[in-house]
Structures are given as structure tokens and as C-alpha cells.
Design a protein around this ligand. Structure first.
Ligand code: BEZ
Length: 223
């Protein structure tokens, strides 16, 4: 059974999509990609997810992120479903803005570790989970979220984690705390000495004293 871990290289693959045949690495070019799978076409939660992600396409564009949906149904089914999604989410501007992979054989779902382990060997009942992979421009898996069929994902969280990943790539001496959004204070990586931190963020570091006496909580808003 394949398993995808953070830091793994996402293997290249070919796929049929609602925007024609695709070679994944060619589609990716030098962008980030979020690939996200769904249990099935014509299901209510999936309809809202694909719709809300489409509405926010411009936000992903601003971050150099390409979107790629995955579902195990046939291409014709995807095309008909997209009509429903557009009718339900009336605020999607223009044509449906990203491709949906038609993975009828589930081959890609298995390769990318997207199959729920319940009923995994029963072709008719095995479900694809809501797997979501944030892949960086050199094809590395940087973040993974898995939700069950019952629970729709949060588009703001998708954007927020991309903001965090891209920021820490730019400034490796920082990390982003719980519930962080851009503009809020970030934290200095413990391995960075006080002297190095001071030279990076002169006069802008808040050092929090802790009962343990260990000074590992240092924050700055000047990044
Ligand atoms: C849904 O997307 O609504 C859904 C998908 C599979 C099972 C149950 C619900």
C-alpha cells in the first residue's frame, strides 16, 4: 500500500481531466499545486467544496497555486456535475476554473494514497477520502489534510496554510503560530540564536519569559 509522507516527491502521472489529457509535471510548471480528491460526483458536500474553491480561484492565482480536483467518476459525469456546481454556486465567475481528473480505475487514487481503508478491497464500496495535498514547485509534498466524506474542507484554511508555507520558505528563521494569518506576529525558530534573531529583526523581537526559564518563545511582527 503506498503511503505519502511530508517531504516525499509526488510522482509524475498522466490523467484525463475536464480540461483534456494532462501530464502532471507539465501542468504544474513552476507553480505550487493543490490536488484534492472527493468521494464521488453528484454528492452534496463535494458540490459545495468544488464550488467554494472555484469562487476563490483568484486567491490561489495570487499565490501562484494551481488547483487540481480528483474524483473517481467518468469524464462525462464530471462535465454534467460541473454544470450543477455552477448552477448551485452562482458566484463562480466565467467558465469552471480548474480541471477535475477522471480516475475511473482508481489507479491514481491508490498511487496517491487517497483511498479510505474501510472497504478498500471492494471496488464498488471503496471510497476516496477528501485528501488534500499542497505540493511545492519542486514536486515535494509540503502539507497533507485528510477529511472524511462527512466533513467539508475550509477554503480559508487552504489559503492560510499556503501563506504560511510560502512565508517560511522565504524566511526560514521563522514559523507561524496557531491560528496565524498574514500580518500577525510570527515566532523565531528555537535554533536561531538571540544574536542572529536581533540582526534579522533589529529591535523588533518580543522575548516571552516562561516559568521553565527557557526562552523559546520569541515573536516579531517585522517580517
Ligand atoms: C458528500 O460529498 O456529500 C458525500 C460524499 C460521500 C458520502 C457522503 C456524502
Amino acid at each position: 500500500m503506498p503511503s505519502l509522507r511530508l517531504g516525499d516527491t509526488i510522482p509524475n502521472f498522466k490523467a484525463n481531466t475536464t480540461q483534456g489529457s494532462m501530464d502532471f509535471y507539465t501542468y504544474q510548471e513552476k507553480s505550487w499545486v493543490i490536488i484534492f480528491s472527493h468521494p464521488a460526483d453528484f454528492t452534496p458536500v463535494c458540490t459545495t467544496e468544488l464550488g467554494r474553491i472555484a469562487v476563490h480561484k483568484e486567491e490561489f492565482d495570487k499565490r501562484n497555486v494551481k488547483l487540481l480536483a480528483h474524483s473517481c467518476d467518468k469524464l462525462k459525469s464530471h462535465v454534467d456535475w460541473v454544470n450543477d456546481i455552477k448552477s448551485y454556486c452562482r458566484d463562480i465567475p466565467g467558465d469552471f476554473p480548474y480541471p477535475i481528473i477522471a480516475d475511473e480505475t482508481r489507479e491514481l487514487a491508490v498511487k496517491l494514497d487517497m483511498i479510505d481503508q474501510t472497504n478498500k478491497d471492494d471496488e464498488d464500496r471503496a471510497l476516496t477520502v477528501r485528501a488534500l495535498y499542497v505540493i511545492d514547485p519542486v514536486h515535494k509534498l509540503r502539507l497533507s489534510m485528510q477529511y472524511p466524506a462527512s466533513t467539508g474542507r475550509n477554503v480559508d484554511e487552504m489559503l492560510r496554510v499556503v501563506d504560511s508555507l510560502q512565508l517560511v520558505d522565504k524566511i526560514p528563521q521563522i514559523v507561524t503560530p496557531a491560528n496565524w494569518v498574514p500580518g500577525e506576529k510570527v515566532m523565531i525558530v528555537p535554533e536561531v540564536s538571540d544574536a542572529e534573531a536581533e540582526s534579522l529583526f533589529p529591535g523588533a523581537i518580543d522575548k516571552i519569559s516562561m516559568p521553565s526559564g527557557i526562552s523559546y518563545v520569541r515573536t516579531t511582527t517585522e517580517y
